[in-house]
Design a binder for this molecule. Structure first.
Ligand code: CTP
Length: 409
């Protein structure tokens, strides 16, 4: 599984905050994801956590100010800075924010920061009063103008015992932003991809509705795979339990009709629409404003059809040319390939991803999928049982191919 972390050189700088312990987890996650993580601790950071902790999780030297004065010291920071593809400083204190804003370079980390030309991400952690101080705020404004990505701080319990703005954002959130930042020069750079996900919900009354077992996992994996290749991704999602990937433009909808409007509004100038959502084919004709009472007897719920979104998209595409290509999904319990190919033709798709939902180990609401990808040229690619993220990789590689985008741009 290739992700934007693979073999990327990341400098992880730490400054003096108790949140430094969380950065050990961040360093570990980055290293596990395949990044080459060079950690630099300021003197204050090393009071909170040992360089050895970082060496243990990254398998690489963790630097401190003592490295400034070694035999290679005079070039250390230049070498690190030149090779870095991303500089992350987490946690960053008000003091180091001030130094970064004003170009002060008085320790290995701030010297390296001044020498570096790669994107910079910082995650402030400090007492609430220090964060809201006008000095810190104007320093952050300076860094923002310089296109430094500032993540957080979050609100919550602070080391002082108080509650307020000042907590470093959680490593998992940082990881998502770092992934997004590293992906921006990928092959789908500047291309707009729309992905739909989840099962729509068609209300009967304020508390009940008709929905389906789609978890949204396949759609979210596709959105992540498109983001990882540098695309600008709009994720049009029905209700799910999932967290949207960092950097995605999330449009939350509930019904098929709302999904249709969101899709039609999003398609101008788009390169691809990937319809992984399980869209309801029917909805209650007139949803009730009040909860249906049991005492009223078994209700009759007349249904009407919902619009077929892909068919409407095919009409738009023939008029305006967008999306450049369309991918559908076909969940079938019998006669998989014939049904899928019929949908491919009727909905004028470039690709259809067919999966047999009668299999217990794959398909709806589980982590794995076993799919066959059919294309408009009559081609058929049978994939073995795999994680939905791996299915997403295959689909995106096919999208790249059809868009004529080189894979290694
Ligand atoms: N789809 C759509 N609009 C709908 C229903 C489905 O755009 N109202 C899309 C789905 O997102 C999927 C593809 O059409 O990409 C096929 O969906 P599926 O539910 O398998 O097929 P249907 O066309 O609904 O036909 P059937 O339910 O009879 O199999």
């Amino acid at each position: 599984m290739v992700t934007p972390f693979q073999n990327r050189r990341i400098i992880l700088g730490l400054t003096g905050s108790i949140a430094a312990y969380k950065s050990a987890d961040l360093a570990s996650k980055l290293a596990q994801a395949g990044a080459l993580v060079d950690v630099i601790l300021t003197g204050s950071a090393a009071q909170f956590i040992s360089p050895l902790t970082f060496q243990s999780v990254t398998g690489r030297i963790a630097y401190t100010d003592s490295d400034l004065w070694g035999s290679e010291g005079h070039v250390q920071h230049i070498g690190l800075a030149r090779e870095a593809q991303l500089l992350v400083i987490a946690p960053v204190t008000a003091n180091t924010i001030a130094k970064l804003a004003h170009g002060i370079a008085d320790n290995l980390l701030t010297i390296t920061a001044l020498a570096a030309r790669c994107p910079v991400v910082i995650a402030p952690a400090m007492d609430g009063g220090m964060f809201t101080h006008p000095a810190t705020q104007s320093n952050l404004d300076i860094l923002q103008e310089r296109e430094v990505t500032i993540l957080g701080p979050a609100e919550g319990h602070l080391a002082s015992g108080m509650t307020g703005m000042g907590r470093m954002v959680e490593p998992q959130v940082l990881l998502g932003h770092i992934r997004y930042t590293l992906s921006r020069r990928g092959p789908l750079h500047n291309k707009k991809i729309i992905v739909t996900a989840g099962g729509t919900f068609e209300p009967i009354d304020p508390v009940r509705g008709i929905t389906n077992r789609s978890s949204g996992k396949q759609g979210y994996a596709l959105a992540q795979a498109a983001l990882d290749r540098g695309a600008d991704v709009t994720l049009i999602s029905a209700p799910t339990q999932l967290i949207a990937p960092s950097g995605v433009n999330l449009i939350s909808i509930i019904t098929a009709e709302e999904m249709k409007s969101a899709v039609l509004q999003s398609i101008p100038e788009s390169s691809a629409l990937i319809m992984a959502a399980a869209v309801a084919d029917y909805r209650p004709e007139s949803p009730l404003g009040k909860k249906v009472k049991k005492s009223g007897g078994i209700p009759e719920i007349p249904l009407v059809g919902t619009p077929d979104i892909l068919t409407e998209v095919a009409g738009e595409k023939s008029k305006h040319g967008y999306p450049l290509m369309t991918v559908g999904f076909a969940a079938e319990s019998h006669d998989l390939l014939n049904n899928a190919r019929q949908k491919l033709e009727e909905k004028n798709l470039d690709l259809i991803v067919a999966n047999d939902i009668s299999a217990e180990d794959a398909g709806i609401a589980v982590d794995d999928n076993r799919v066959t990808i059919l294309d408009a040229g009559g081609g058929q690619e049978d994939l073995p049982l795999m994680d939905k993220f791996d299915v997403a990789q295959h689909v995106l590689e096919r999208v790249l191919g059809l868009l004529g985008v080189p894979h290694n741009e």
